[in-house]
Design a protein around this ligand. Structure first.
Ligand SMILES: [Zn+2]
Length: 407
């Protein structure tokens, strides 16, 4: 990557076109925060070369309190052109926003010029792959960019991006979130970062507080307080069991034979009763101790699944469901549940408490597993029911019906 942004443009011979009444800026520059140093250098150079050029970029012009997507829409609408600074970071973060809210962006971008700049090699999203982009290591890079930015806006001729609203579809996985303590012991619940809202979710999560609360619910799962958390304790108990059990079994068997021999199994048996109990309990304690880790890991996973379902009670309003199969990974899926909710209303009645309760019960039991099935694109069954509310998939009410039928 070329970090130098060379210039040979003579600003005295070029004029920056006047802005019409619909536009506040000549250009909106969209980039990932990972590339901000290079981009701020470019902006500085552009503003120095063309003092009358109005440039919009998020670090200066985004309105605090608004979602990124709202800010982006506004900036794109009020700018004549949009520059996208492409890099692996951009593709992973910003592009998801475009994808996630294409229906919203379609109207405002389709009539604008898009100028892609390849800053760092990356695999381009499908809808940018046919574009000719400017390369930063091209010696003429700055000249070419200036030329494009100063040219008249000719959106129809340039119609660079052809949007397909299918890019944002119900059932799409928006994010796989990994726990910050991913590598910890299996009995330690996963802890997830609750802020900021990841870029790929900002388009659908209107209120960062909702996301924070949802993650905090999942983070509520506490590790067990058992002394078996300590390896030394496990080793000590196992060693004791291994020593005590054979000794007690031998003693009990020997005592039995002695008692039988002397035909005095009454009072005398009380002497070896505690030893017999120890002989029985020691192997059980041994097995429990050895298996503790596995049992706790399973319990933690179940608790986390329960909490994930609770978090979904907050998220489903934003057409978002979260699911977990392991302690260290959450899947966020964009899913519109409106039609499935209507099925509940048809079944239990409109505007009543029962419908609300049944719906929330369904979310708090099935939503996590359902989200995981959507994310992994695999359902543990095939449904013969008529098409549900999800195009090319199993909708939430179909999923519940099948689960109820199987249980
Ligand atoms: Zn449905």
């Amino acid at each position: 990557m070329n970090t130098e942004i060379g210039t040979s443009v003579d600003s005295s011979i070029v004029t920056v076109p006047e802005l019409d009444k619909d536009h506040k800026y000549h250009v909106f520059i969209s980039y990932s925060s990972g590339d901000s140093i290079w981009v701020l250098g470019l902006i500085h150079k552009l503003e120095k070369t063309f003092p009358s050029m109005k440039i919009c970029f998020h670090e200066r012009d985004f309105v605090p309190g608004k979602t990124i997507i709202d800010n982006m829409v506004e900036c794109i609408q009020s700018s004549q052109k949009t520059v996208m600074v492409l890099s692996p970071d951009f593709v992973h973060s910003r592009w998801c926003l475009f994808e996630a809210n294409l229906s919203l962006l379609q109207d405002c971008i389709v009539h604008k010029d898009i100028v892609p700049i390849m800053l760092k090699p990356c695999t381009l999203p499908l809808h940018l792959s046919h574009l000719t982009y400017l390369e930063t290591d091209d010696e003429q890079f700055f000249d070419k960019l200036s030329q494009v930015l100063l040219s008249n806006n000719d959106p129809m001729a340039r119609s660079l991006i052809h949007y397909q609203s299918s890019l944002l579809y119900s059932g799409k996985t928006l994010l796989t979130l990994t726990a910050v303590n991913e590598e910890s012991e299996s009995w330690q619940p996963g802890v997830f970062s609750s802020s900021p809202v990841p870029d790929s979710l900002r388009a659908v999560v209107d209120n960062p507080q909702t996301y924070k609360q949802a993650i905090e619910i999942i983070n509520e799962v506490k590790p067990p307080k058992s002394c078996l958390r300590y390896t030394a304790c496990v080793v000590l108990i196992c060693a004791l069991c291994l020593v005590l059990a054979p000794f007690c079994i031998t003693f009990t068997v020997a005592a039995c034979f002695t008692q039988v021999e002397y035909k005095n199994a009454g009072l005398g048996s009380l002497i070896f009763l505690p030893i017999a109990i120890t002989a029985i309990l020691a192997p059980i304690i041994f097995i429990k101790t050895v298996c503790w880790n596995k049992q706790e890991a399973k319990r933690i996973r179940q608790k986390m699944k329960m909490k994930t379902c609770q978090a979904n009670l907050l998220l489903y309003d934003s057409s978002l469901l979260v699911g977990c199969t392991s302690k260290s990974q959450l899947f966020f899926v964009y899913i519109k549940l409106f039609d499935c909710m209507r099925t509940f209303q048809t079944a239990f009645g409109y505007d009543n408490v029962l419908t609300k309760n049944m719906w929330e019960k369904a979310i708090s039991i099935y939503s996590s597993d359902y989200a995981v099935c959507l994310a992994k694109k695999h359902f543990p069954f095939t449904t013969t029911e008529p098409p549900g509310h999800l195009k090319d998939g199993i909708c939430f009410c179909q999923y519940i019906n099948t689960q109820l039928a199987e249980s």
